[in-house]
Write a protein of this length. Structure first.
Length: 146
């Protein structure tokens, strides 16, 4: 029974890799969708507690209260990329409108400076997402088997 959290800044590639892992047959949940994250930026805690009873689940997202759940995850994987790559990705993506405006891009830059170091402290593994998506999915799959 292995539970993995993939976290990181907007544009880091969390959803893209999670989609690849789902395509490979893994149980995945993207907390950016379907009401997992409340308007205040926190995860719906009762729902998360229920989710984390499932075996071998890979969860993706970044929320203010995610540290509350770190003891329930076997691995916390931080996805990173240089700021210019994050901004380019959020400008080009079609599945999420966040990050297209200059104000949102400035917010991402602030988060890289202020939030990413906090995520790094809680991570058990950091992956540079300039690697190909299949290689990143392979790295996460290896954690399921460890």
């Amino acid at each position: 029974m292995t539970r993995i959290l993939i976290t990181g800044m907007s544009g880091a590639g969390k959803t893209t890799v999670l989609d690849e892992l789902a395509r490979r047959g893994h149980d995945t949940v993207d907390t950016d969708y379907d009401g997992w994250t409340r308007p205040d930026g926190t995860w719906d805690e009762p729902r998360m507690h229920q989710l984390l009873t499932r075996p071998d689940v890979i969860v993706s997202g970044t929320a203010e209260n995610q540290g509350t759940f770190y003891d329930r995850f076997h691995h916390v994987v931080l996805f990173t990329a240089p700021l210019e790559i994050l901004i380019d990705r959020v400008r080009r993506r079609t599945n999420n409108p966040y990050g297209r405006t200059p104000a949102e891009q400035a917010e991402i830059a602030r988060y890289v400076e202020t939030v990413e170091p906090l995520l790094r402290r809680g991570a058990t593994l950091e992956l540079d997402t300039r690697q190909p998506v299949p290689a990143l999915a392979d790295a996460v799959e290896r954690l399921l088997m460890s």
